[in-house]
Design a protein around this ligand. Structure first.
Ligand code: ATP
Ligand code: MG
Length: 562
């Protein structure tokens, strides 16, 4: 990748260009992607990953992968593993720059001592509730804590004893000493250390005080010599605090830049909410193909290049907005169209017997692997007397615009013959089998007399077909903005039909050569991917996305509304 993305233009790159001109960071560009390992990454994180690593690539700079693991929590190890896997899968490389914020705990503590010595931090005995109450509101100033004017020596002693484990959780905190009447609430003596007797995945039981996000994050950036610390808009009014800490400590000072987070229709984009879906059993796990997680999308069959293209195309803005899920699917389809090998598979089989075809004859029909890619070559597909076609490709009494198979009608079986339906066999009113004939002169799918047919169907040979279980997916939620509905828990808005499992599918034999996660197209049905649950004798396929581009329709509608 890389070269093409050089053309990308956005307000963050404008800032970097200016900084390069003024030599603000000695010509360096150094970014970071700083996930908190408290869940799996989602497509919103992909936007941030593409932005941070993309900028580093464009400017021949560097991007760190840094775990912002300042919060002790039990499952962090699995999350760390999955995050590393996902960033790598997206195609990015942090070389030897994999960092853990928890490795800086000693340094952060030293900085806290330094701030305390300067009279710019104090130990407060108020509890969380009192602190919150005395913070004031947007329209009223806060009140100073009775402990705010403790002598420096006493603060240093108490801080040391907090660290030594002499106090219980919540008994004391360390606060910055800024201004309780500051118009920006974040500047009203924010807490920088709290007591938490909890084990940490990296530091074990070494610490019982843990740094708060605002305190830790700028220090991490400073320690790593980051030049541009890119974060989402919620942190805009934390920037004065970010700057205050670094200025008071007199240490290296990166530039924080905020951009609008990605939101997508029909899904939720928060690790906490996604965890609720996993823990509540509403989905099969973090990598359920319906999840907006990177691992879910990988399992669904989305390609890394398609996700990167999507992230580039949505761009970077300073105003929050919501992107149509259909646009993501449009990018996926676009990418897979160019790369996916075509196969034939039948989801809901209807048996077809070719009456004028010899019982034990098999012909290897030549099929094109990818019409979009001349190098993809051809393959052989076996044709024989008994075949399967799609149930909904036949109607006994076809309405006007139904051009597929019907009694006495001729259609093309792709890569094979023109086929005419001569008899319909039913059991209890239900069509269970069709009797047909082929025109031997149409072998390969074209008629010598240039006679036309109105449709082309896909098919598989019954004797050669493999059985498959196919999972079809629909949107995870029934409404565009599941978190924005008044008085309704988002879990009540889950789409009950978000998955459909078809267990009697029949697919052409070449599919057996595919490996877990391989992506391909079933002609006329959409793009699919081999699920990792697939075993020797159980082929499980996920439909990635259908073929019809609903994005184009939405765009047309939006244009009409303008
Ligand atoms: P969540 O609310 O899902 O837990 P978060 O922001 O708390 O997200 P972090 O692990 O702290 O998750 O995020 C790592 C980086 O990814 C941060 O720089 C954050 O700004 C960015 N990020 C998170 N969500 C999005 C999003 N929807 N769009 C763009 N960037 C995002
Ligand atoms: Mg978070």
């Amino acid at each position: 990748m890389g070269s093409k993305e050089h053309e990308v233009h956005d307000f963050i790159r404008d800032i970097i260009n200016k900084d390069l001109k003024t030599n603000k960071y000695g010509g360096r560009v150094h970014t970071r992607f700083p996930p908190e390992p408290n869940g799996y990454l989602h497509i919103g994180h992909a936007k941030s990953i593409c932005l941070n690593f993309g900028i580093a690539e464009d400017y021949k700079g560097e991007c760190n992968l840094r775990f912002d693991d300042t919060n002790p929590s039990k499952e962090e190890k699995e999350y760390v593993r999955s995050i590393i896997e996902d960033v790598r899968w997206l195609g990015f490389d942090w070389e030897d720059r994999l960092f853990f914020a928890s490795d800086y705990f000693d340094q952060m503590y030293e900085y806290a001592v330094q701030l305390t010595k300067k009279g710019k931090a104090y130990v407060d005995d108020l509890n969380a509730e009192e602190i919150s109450r005395m913070r004031g509101t947007l329209t009223t100033p806060g009140e100073e804590s009775p402990f705010r004017d403790r002598p420096i020596e006493e603060n240093l002693d108490l801080l040391n004893r907090m660290k030594a484990g002499e106090f219980a959780d919540g008994e004391k905190v360390l606060r910055a000493r800024i201004d309780m009447t500051h118009p920006n609430m974040n500047m009203r003596d924010p807490v920088i250390y709290r007591i938490l007797h909890a084990s940490h995945h990296n530091t074990g039981d070494k610490w019982c005080i843990y740094p708060m996000y605002d305190w830790a994050h700028g220090l991490e950036d400073s320690i790593e010599n980051i030049t541009h610390s890119i974060c989402t808009l919620e942190f805009e009014n934390h920037r004065p605090l970010y700057d205050w800490f670094l200025d008071e400590l007199g240490v290296y000072h990166p530039q924080q830049i905020e951009f609008a987070r990605l939101n997508l229709t029909y899904t939720v984009m928060s690790k906490r909410k996604l965890l609720e879906l996993v823990e509540g059993g509403h989905v099969k796990g973090w990598d359920d193909p319906r999840m907006p997680t990177i691992s879910g999308m990988r399992r669904r069959g989305y390609s890394p290049s398609a996700i990167r293209t999507f992230c580039t195309r949505i761009g970077v803005a300073k105003v929050n907005s919501i992107v149509d899920f259909e646009f993501l699917e449009h990018c996926i389809r676009d990418d897979l169209n160019k790369t996916a090998t075509r196969f034939m598979g039948v989801l809901r089989p209807l048996k077809v017997v070719i009456e004028n075809y010899p019982e034990d004859q098999v012909e290897e029909m030549e099929a094109i692997n990818n019409p979009e890619d001349p190098n993809a070559g051809k393959r052989k597909v076996p044709f024989s007397k008994v075949l399967y076609i799609e149930q909904d490709d036949f109607m006994e009494e076809p309405p006007k615009k139904f051009y597929r198979l019907a009694p006495d009608r001729e259609v093309r079986f792709r890569y094979a013959y023109f086929v005419t339906c001569t008899e319909v066999i039913k059991e209890n009113e239900e069509v269970v089998e069709l009797r047909c004939t082929v025109d031997p002169a149409t072998r390969g799918g074209a008629a010598p007399d240039n006679r036309k047919v109105k449709s082309t169907l896909h098919w598989v040979s019954a004797a050669h077909a493999m059985d498959a279980e196919v999972h079809l997916y629909d949107k995870l939620f029934t409404v565009q903005d599941p978190l924005g509905q008044k008085d309704t828990d988002f879990k009540e808005l889950l789409n009950p039909d978000s998955i459909e499992v078809l267990t009697s599918c029949k697919v052409e034999p070449a599919v057996k050569n595919l490996k877990h996660f391989d992506r391909f197209q079933f002609e006329r049905l959409g793009y699919f991917c081999v699920d990792p649950d697939t075993t020797e004798d159980n082929l499980v396929l996920n439909r990635t996305v259908g073929l019809r581009d609903t994005w184009a329709k939405i765009q047309k509608q939006q244009q009409m509304n303008k």
